[in-house]
Design a protein around this ligand. Structure first.
Ligand code: AMP
Ligand code: GLY
Length: 423
């Protein structure tokens, strides 16, 4: 099979690394890719916003299958255009990608199909939103409706904070994403992420994972795209997985199909495990980054036929096997992230991969043949271990061997799971 992978982050490096191990693979291309992905794929300079150019390239190289990593091309309808051109594609349609692209869309789906989630209302102007907040009281959650790179959510512990967040949204802090606002009840519990494939009819649960969104140790400081992750997430017991499938995923699959938007691709459900059970915080329609890195480390099965079955409506014929070991990834980021940071700082050394550990590239480039850091999140140091505690020790031992002066990382990734293992 000839495969084209779209994307350039750590998630795509992990997908490329795993796809490259498939005996079914004849050739792997990545657009635009990164220097780490270049170890497994031929990099192609394509503007992925130019769908005609992507299709032309796919036809020229007789690509059998396209795997789309990030959400932006999905929300822009790249999967629809590729499928219309007769090319099998992993990733939901533009209509189904609204599950991630519009929080209001997802909340309405939950209301229609009785999917547990926080009570909410949608607003197109500030005053009625503020009246609702005053009526409900704090804590309460304010969300810009559209894609805001993870920054459009305010968990307001006071009413004043909530009112200010409403003003921010309507004053344009998140651009067009904030033109509509969702005000949602605060859910109390432990968060977990759950991954599940669907071909529109069948569901295949993947492993659980947990990331750390805050930049600082002890889950302090501003939110980021994720500073590290581990799998499995112990809060997701077998019972919780079963309940999530039955109460959240299955009604989503049948509801989306009923509404004329059948979903094919990966559900990344952000859950709050409350006293009542799993409740949906949000859906993403792509693999989490860096959650994907730990899932790929733990996946024993060949990824390629699983993704292909998802894309072609034959998911009922495949299964996914997982290693018993835990996996943990530590994000090395540029000093200053998630604020301003220097670009093009040199990375002098990255340790070799082994069976048990691998450094994925997330924001790197080659400049005059030297590896430099170009992004906020730059490397994902990922390792396996018998327990999360052991995976954590392996990952930090490897991270300490990376030579990059401008990099930093959290030192406590996996702390909740490590505390549980100690208890
Ligand atoms: P989201 O972008 O919707 O995942 O929200 C970002 C983060 O805000 C989540 O990971 C949670 O930590 C928090 N959050 C979102 N919605 C709620 C809610 N209803 N109750 C409590 N925390 C929430
Ligand atoms: N790590 C969170 C995300 O990918 O959205």
């Amino acid at each position: 099979m000839k495969v084209l992978l779209i994307g350039s982050g750590g998630r795509e490096h992990a997908l490329a690394w795993k796809i490259a191990q498939s005996p079914l693979l004849d050739a792997l291309y990545a657009a635009p890719g990164n220097p780490g992905i270049a170890d497994h794929a031929m990099l192609v300079e394509l503007n992925v916003e130019d769908h005609a150019a992507v299709i032309a390239f796919a036809k020229e190289k007789a690509i059998d299958f396209v795997v789309i990593g990030p959400e932006a091309p999905l929300v822009a309808g790249l999967a629809d255009d590729l499928r219309a051109a007769g090319i099998a594609t992993f990733g939901p349609s533009k209509a189904a990608a609204q599950l991630e692209g519009s929080k209001g869309f997802t909340k309405d789906l939950c209301a229609r199909y009785d999917i547990p989630t926080g009570a909410y209302q949608r607003f197109k102007s500030a005053e009625p939103a503020k009246d609702y907040v005053r009526a409900q009281g704090a804590p309460i959650v304010i969300k810009a409706d559209g894609l805001a790179a993870g920054k459009g959510v305010t968990v307001a512990m006071t009413e004043a904070e909530a009112l200010a967040a409403i003003d921010d949204c309507f004053d344009g802090a998140f651009g067009a994403a904030g033109a509509e606002v969702v005000v949602e009840a605060f859910l109390d519990g432990e968060e977990a992420s759950f991954f599940c494939l669907s071909d529109g009819k069948t569901a295949l649960a993947l492993a659980t994972a947990q990331d750390h969104k805050r930049v600082g140790d002890g889950d302090t400081g501003p939110n980021t795209g994720g500073m590290g992750a581990y799998s499995p997430a112990p809060v997701m017991t077998a019972t919780m997985v079963e309940r999530t499938m039955k109460e959240i995923i299955e009604p989503t699959i049948s509801g989306m199909a009923k509404d004329g938007n059948p979903f094919s691709g990966v559900f990344f459900a952000g859950l709050m495990i409350t006293a009542k059970g799993p409740e949906l915080i949000e859906y993403n329609v792509r693999f989490g980054d860096p959650e994907c890195q730990v899932l790929m480390m733990r996946l024993k099965s060949d990824l390629l036929p699983i993704l292909y079955a998802t894309a072609t409506g034959t998911l009922d014929r495949v299964d996914a096997e997982w290693r018993d070991e835990a996996a943990l990834t530590v994000v090395l980021a540029s000093k200053g992230y998630p604020g301003a940071y220097d670009k093009n700082t040199p990375i002098a050394h990255i340790p070799e991969a082994s069976e048990e550990a691998k450094v994925f590239h997330a924001g790197t480039a080659l400049k005059d043949d030297r590896l430099v850091a170009t992004g906020g999140r730059v490397l994902n140091v990922t390792a396996l271990g018998k327990t999360v505690t052991e995976a954590q020790a392996h990952a930090y031992a490897l991270a300490d061997r990376v030579e990059w002066e401008n990099g930093f990382c959290r030192r406590d990734i996996g702390w909740q799971a490590v505390a549980r293992e100690k208890a």
